[in-house]
Design a protein around this ligand. Structure first.
Ligand SMILES: [Zn+2]
Length: 424
């Protein structure tokens, strides 16, 4: 049976990185830290400026963890930056640490050190960036998506997107958000969001600013209300910002008419952000709040959301990657994990996405996750997935739609033009 979905939307992506890793250094196939010594890392595509940058290693089956010494053997004087598949850790060499002004015994950068450094890597050259954008368009279109929401905007990306739109080469409708990591960055991101908002086009929109309030469940840095693995007085993760600062951010961004997006994976992270949003709203500031991931949510947090303008952006495909250890890590909080049905029932708006390149951009992976998760006691999603995978604004590139069969993309139309044909 064929299904026609209007404005098929991936609501949480890292757009440029997705394009970058089509031709970039992909470390998925690396079986040990030492194996990297036999890889050719010097290819042109693997560079940003004189840095070697790669992505996608996963050390769970490795005999020994990655270490900077291994990379130093290969490159004593050239910076190397290799991001882990989960997007929360980087393996770097001594030269990279030196240039970033950071120190680490092992050469592993965690969470905000990694994320902030990632943003400070040398910019792509103009042709590289153009190439990455075109490759990203191809990735999303082949996966059926005509609409994407990018969490990693920058001024140069914005300019390149509009240049490609003017050449009729942009084949996705894209929303940009600008990430910040501290209050100084916030002012920069805010100005950029305000400026770009004045220069929106038919295909490129500016939505607002984004920050991380916690980490990830995999690395036990997501902020929970109970300790990981039921260890008494154990680690709960933590919130990364002071509540006064978060209040100021909300007030300024909402006053400017911008959306705020917050990475909240743990239940306590989401709870504290929603509490702040409620407090600021009560002071007379009104605006939109997007919560990214929300992998654990308590019912009282969901209740509080109902009176606010909140949209939750969820990636069911993350459940496929997390399911093996999820129950063990979460303990009693497991009953609140992946609460798409609780949100739907409370009529809190949800959009589904894939978080590429952390996960593959795939409508079908999300469909499979929603189908299989009830067997693991995740409450069954009773909505129609396609409604939550469609861009909610009918006026944003309205003549875009996708035809899917049970397990493949058959046709993609963008601005009324067919851009992807059935493989049959
Ligand atoms: Zn993300």
């Amino acid at each position: 049976m064929l299904l026609k979905i209007p404005r098929l939307y991936d609501s949480h992506t890292h757009f440029l990185a997705t394009g970058e890793f089509v031709t970039g250094l992909n470390l998925h196939g690396l079986h040990s830290a030492a194996e990297i010594l036999s890889w050719d890392l010097e290819k042109e595509n693997y560079h940003r400026g004189d840095w070697i940058v790669g992505f996608g290693w996963q050390d769970s089956g490795w005999e020994s963890p990655p270490h900077k010494k291994i990379l130093d053997q290969l490159f004593p004087h050239k910076p190397v930056y290799l991001a882990k598949a989960d997007g929360h850790v980087a393996w770097v060499n001594s030269e990279a640490l030196k240039r970033l002004g950071l120190s680490s015994e092992s050469g592993l950068l965690l969470e905000s050190d990694h994320l902030r450094s990632w943003d400070q890597l040398p910019k792509f050259s103009e042709p590289q960036q153009r190439n990455h954008i075109l490759n990203a368009c191809k990735v999303y279109n082949q996966a059926g998506f005509t609409h994407v929401r990018d969490m990693t905007g920058s001024e140069s990306l914005w300019n390149s997107l509009i240049a490609l739109e003017n050449e009729s080469l942009l084949t996705v409708a894209i929303e940009e958000n600008f990430t910040f990591y501290n209050l100084t960055d916030f002012e920069v991101a805010l100005e950029l969001a305000k400026y770009t908002r004045q220069h929106e086009t038919a295909l490129v929109r500016s939505k607002g600013v984004k920050f991380f309030f916690d980490g990830s469940l995999g690395s036990e840095t997501a902020y929970l209300s109970q300790p990981y693995n039921r260890i008494p007085n154990g680690n709960c993760g933590q919130g990364l910002w002071k509540s006064n600062d978060v209040e100021e951010i909300f007030k300024k961004a909402w006053t400017a008419g911008l959306e705020i997006s917050v990475h909240t994976i743990g239940d306590q992270a989401a709870h504290e952000i929603v509490q702040t949003a409620r407090k600021v709203s009560a002071l007379g500031f009104v605006g939109r709040l997007n919560l990214e991931h929300v992998q654990v949510l308590r019912p009282e947090t969901i209740q509080m959301m109902k009176a606010l303008h909140v949209r939750c952006h969820m990636q069911p495909c993350h459940w496929l990657s997390d399911r093996d250890w999820l129950q063990k890590k979460l303990g009693d909080l497991y009953r609140y994990a992946f609460p798409w049905e609780a949100l739907r029932a409370a009529q809190v708006p949800i959009s589904f996405g894939c978080d590429s390149p952390v996960e593959k951009s795939s409508f079908f992976a999300n469909k499979i996750a929603l189908e299989q998760s009830p067997a693991a006691r995740i409450k069954k999603f009773t909505g129609a997935i396609e409604e939550f995978h469609s861009h909610p604004d009918k006026s944003f590139v309205p003549d875009a739609w996708t035809v899917v069969s049970e397990n493949s993309v058959e046709e993609v139309f963008f601005q009324g033009r067919q851009i992807l044909f059935s493989r049959a």
